[in-house]
Design a protein around this ligand. Structure first.
Ligand code: ARG
Length: 603
């Protein structure tokens, strides 16, 4: 047998995948090779990695999947990285990794040759639209999920080598300004504005809004009309209204910046809705001219062209036993433009400016229909451009209080983000002070800040994003369980082991990593999959994959540390195990960084 050739790729799963693709392309020249993927086996009893694509490829060609798998195996040469390859079930390929290949990759990572994450084979340009709070309204818990989730998607895609453009689509041009302008002109309390600008803006907004709700008691038709008139004046460029509007934006921005600073979130751009205002008339005119939109009751709306199967057409709705129009409003009767018109202009701008391969929008689930309609309309407006970009609405559920209802303060108000973060830090400070009363206060506060903010973020990223979750301080701050403090603690504990090692021995650089025990091999295999988890997180927009991966990593580490002496081991084993410890710490740090969570050297 000829000696195995050196690995062409540092990641054995990539090597296997590349060779598998080569064989498939030789046997089935027209096959879509991107579908041929090597992924971790769900059940380790069957192998370390699995490829399922042959089944689909065979079926599409009326071939027998197991026969195709057998043919592929005849040509596939992976003995340098696999102990065995088996055909299982309907035609799965299961690969069992050679421990040498695993050791080699981990050793490379411990020499800092690579961060255990493979760069994307084809880097993409991805625009991520997230956070996007509304001016003159406080940021509330609903915006927290978009901010935390969106930031995590930015970080994961950047780590994979994609070009990410992050854009905060601030709501600085909506209907709310009509009411805010009326409120500013008739109700404003200057002293209150000095004290707490957002609270005062919220007060005047609520006072006017309460009288503008048609059909509600207290509805004031004249006031409603003047709110609409103020908005139209603003949108037409009235100097006085523009000056007030600028002032409201400035005041809001101060508050947004403070929150982003605390969360460690930054944006490449913050092109708010107002940025697109000069483009809206042209968008509406074009859609009207091309017959995509038409008048309806004086307003301008996009109607279905019945070009899609009704079930897939967001501009239709099934009502009274038949498919009826469910048009999307783009310009109101009074000439005011709508949220949808802005989103269409925004889409066109982003495609012209950045030529992205993907645009991701992160908002709550109530906006699903809005985005489906925007995407469908855009497809008809710019079919050429639409073909080149993947539009993705990443939506999420609500945050619930312990009573199972949407999270509110005791007095029934929306919970404000700043207050929530304050409380997280205060609670964390109490825990830290109980555990470490001897630490200086400044240090305790810094630990509490990282633990408190980390706990809030992790609680938000851990659940499947499409389910509602119950907000629980005790759960998210627990030191035991799948929480940020638990992972931060695991990291700090490893750092302390590594510090002790430095005190007691010199020259611990391993000349090799040797995975001699079951626990070391299990830990090593898990470490190897870090990059694949980041890839799945990015392609499916699911940070919970990474949370669970890191939690499992720390369990593997605990089992390893309980069963394999590290500091007391003999020289080469000691060095190898210390290198393993430091890889676990590095993956925990990088993984938490992708989640936007800071680590601590000591806790
Ligand atoms: N400002 C909106 C809100 O608070 C979210 C905007 C999301 N992005 C977009 N392109 N529509 O609900």
């Amino acid at each position: 047998m000829r000696p195995p050739s050196p690995l062409p790729n540092v990641f054995p799963y990539r090597t296997i995948q590349e060779r598998l693709r080569q064989v498939v392309s030789r046997l089935l020249p027209d096959a879509d090779l991107a579908s041929v993927q090597v992924r971790p086996c769900a059940d380790p009893r069957f192998g370390d990695y699995q490829a399922t694509a042959l089944i689909g490829l065979a079926k599409a060609r009326q071939m027998n999947p197991r026969q195709l798998a057998t043919q592929v195996l005849e040509h596939l040469e992976v003995r340098d990285c696999c102990d065995s390859v088996d055909i299982a079930g309907a035609g799965f390929l299961n690969f069992r990794l050679r421990v040498e290949a695993l050791q080699e990759t981990l050793h490379g990572a411990s020499r800092a040759d690579h961060p255990l994450v493979a760069r994307a084979e084809q880097p993409k340009t991805i625009v991520i639209d997230f956070s996007s709070p509304n001016v003159a309204k406080p940021m509330h818990v609903g915006h927290i999920r978009s901010t935390i989730l969106g930031d995590c998607l930015v970080r994961a895609n950047r780590l994979l080598g994609h070009r990410v453009v992050s854009d905060n689509h601030i709501g600085d041009w909506g209907t709310q300004f009509g009411m805010l302008l009326v409120g500013w002109k008739t109700l404003l309390d200057r002293a209150a504005l000095e004290r707490d600008a957002i609270a005062e803006l919220e007060r005047i907004y609520k006072a006017i809004n309460a009288q503008c709700d048609e059909g509600q008691p207290g509805y004031n038709a004249a006031l409603h009309a003047s709110a609409r008139a103020e908005l139209v004046k603003l949108q037409a460029g009235d100097a006085g209204n523009l000056a007030i509007w600028h002032e409201m934006i400035r005041l809001s921005q101060v508050q947004f910046e403070a929150i982003y600073g605390r969360l460690g979130v930054t944006f490449d751009h913050a092109l708010g809705e107002s940025f697109y205002n000069p483009r809206l008339q042209a968008v509406v005119d074009e859609l009207m001219g091309r017959g995509i939109a038409r008048e309806s009751d004086g307003a301008k709306c996009v109607f279905s062209d019945r070009g899609l199967p009704p079930k897939e057409d967001p501009l239709l709705i099934h009502r009274d036993g038949e498919w009826q129009d469910n048009p999307q409003l783009i310009q109101k009767r009074d000439g005011g433009f709508n949220y949808a018109a802005t989103d269409l202009a925004t889409l066109a701008y982003r495609l012209e400016t950045w030529s992205p391969d993907e645009i991701i929008y992160v908002t709550d689930g109530r906006q699903q229909l809005h985005f489906q309609q925007v995407f469908a309309t855009f497809q008809r407006w710019h079919p050429e451009l639409a073909r080149r970009v993947k539009l993705i609405h990443v939506w999420f559920g609500s945050i619930l209080g312990e009573d199972g209802k949407p999270l509110k303060t005791r007095s029934g108000e929306n919970v404000k983000l700043a207050e929530l973060l304050d409380e997280a830090e205060q609670r964390a400070l109490r825990l830290v002070s109980e555990k470490n009363p001897e630490l200086p206060e400044a240090q305790r506060r810094e630990i509490a800040r990282r633990v408190g903010i980390g706990a809030v973020k992790y609680a938000d990223l851990l659940p499947n994003r499409q389910t509602d979750y119950v907000f629980s301080w005790d759960k998210m701050l627990a030191l035991n369980g799948n929480t940020a403090p638990y992972l931060q603690y695991a990291y700090a504990r490893i750092q302390s082991i590594l510090r002790k090692a430095e005190d007691s021995a010199i020259g611990d650089r391993p000349s090799a990593i040797a995975l001699g025990t079951v626990e070391e091999r299990a830990l090593g295999r898990h470490l190897l999959n870090f990059g694949l988890v980041i890839e799945s997180l990015a392609t499916e927009q699911r940070p919970n994959y990474l949370c669970n991966y890191l939690y499992e990593l720390s369990s593997h580490f605990t089992r390893f540390y309980e069963n394999c002496p590290v500091l007391k081991a003999e020289a080469p084993t000691r060095a190898s195990r210390l290198a393993l410890c430091s890889l676990v710490a590095s993956v925990l740090r990088q993984g938490l960084h992708v989640l936007g969570i800071e680590v601590l050297e000591q806790m």
